[in-house]
Design a protein around this ligand. Sequence first.
Ligand code: URA
Length: 425
Amino acid sequence: MDVISVIRTKRDRGRLSDAQIDWVIDAYTRGEVADEQMSALAMAILLNGMEREEIARWTAAMIASGERMDFSALPRPTADKHSTGGVGDKITLPLAPLVAACGAAVPQLSGRGLGHTGGTLDKMESIPGWRALLSNDAMMDVLRSVGAVICAAGDGLAPADKKLYALRDVTGTVEAIPLIASSIMSKKIAEGTGSLVLDVKVGSGAFMKNLDDARELARTMVGLGTDHGVRTVALLTDMSTPLGLTAGNALEVRESVEVLAGGGPADVVELTLALAREMLDAAGLPDADPAGALADGSAMDHWRRMVAAQGGDPDAPLPVARERHTVTASASGVLTKLDAYAVGVAAWRLGAGRARKEDPVQAGAGVEMHAKPGDRVTAGAPLLTLHTDTPERFEYALGALDGDAIEITDTASVEPTPLILDRIA
Ligand code: URA
């Protein structure tokens, strides 16, 4: 087999054969196919698409590039959640211990932030002492003793995707539905969860900017999961404005703990409970009561044990940024827009995110919001507080919020956008 003929097949809008797909994924993982050749193929896939059978084979080849985990020895059914990524999306933090408190085991292999979207591991690492890296045995121990674990995926899981995702990130080929679906689902299927709930984000702060694309991505992923025996459901949820009132690592941990304590912003609570119900249903526990587990403190108890099991101190004060800058409302009226992408870029520029994989993040940096779209605001009152250790970043971050990122309208009220836009099973 030669790589040029594989690239030409897709460049000329052909269908890749099973043998071509198996060979190119294996040869790329071993280093026989070069990065420039794989990026040409990824671009041809982005431009010309893939048929359903091609995506299924591509996903299977990525799974076969590494190890598969097996949770069948656990006494509880397994349930996992994956979000396609957004701004202020801290849902995994309250959700994993909540679902564990209701009787499922939650093996939450998570990632770091890149670009304007945050990463669960970066958020958790703002808890003093907490460790993201666990061996497979240590992960199983935490799952057995607590019922929920949030940790980094080991190098052995879908190594073809690790290489390919890093390449797509620097070659403008992330936004291809076949490549996103196969990337996410290869890791989730290799992880070995019995059921999976996908939170497919739609809007300015998400990969998918419109509902049609999000539905296609969701249907593709649900089909892949089902074909591999994983009960898979997708919720399509709004990401035109940030989730909750914070975007940034320690800021989001604080907000998650508020939710576990029975408070927190209404949208974070609504989505946490909706995803928990889907996960418990998919895991065969439809009678579980996640709202009760938030109210009676059992979700908080599981959070504290989960944090402590990975070396973290759930009582330690969270890091706070050294400097703050307040952005005030420019007029009185109703806040009609607070753009997710703009807030995500501002948080990233303040130091909450990284420009390159190896960059450190600032635990305390980020954006705190004092109003959500639909709220009435008064001219001169605080709208946002920017947090950073490096005040020279304020101007750069404020640049992200210029233009039409924030809109205040002289109107009586606005219809709120629903948070949950669709469900695909
Ligand atoms: N997340 C992934 O894991 N892969 C993608 O391609 C996009 C988002």
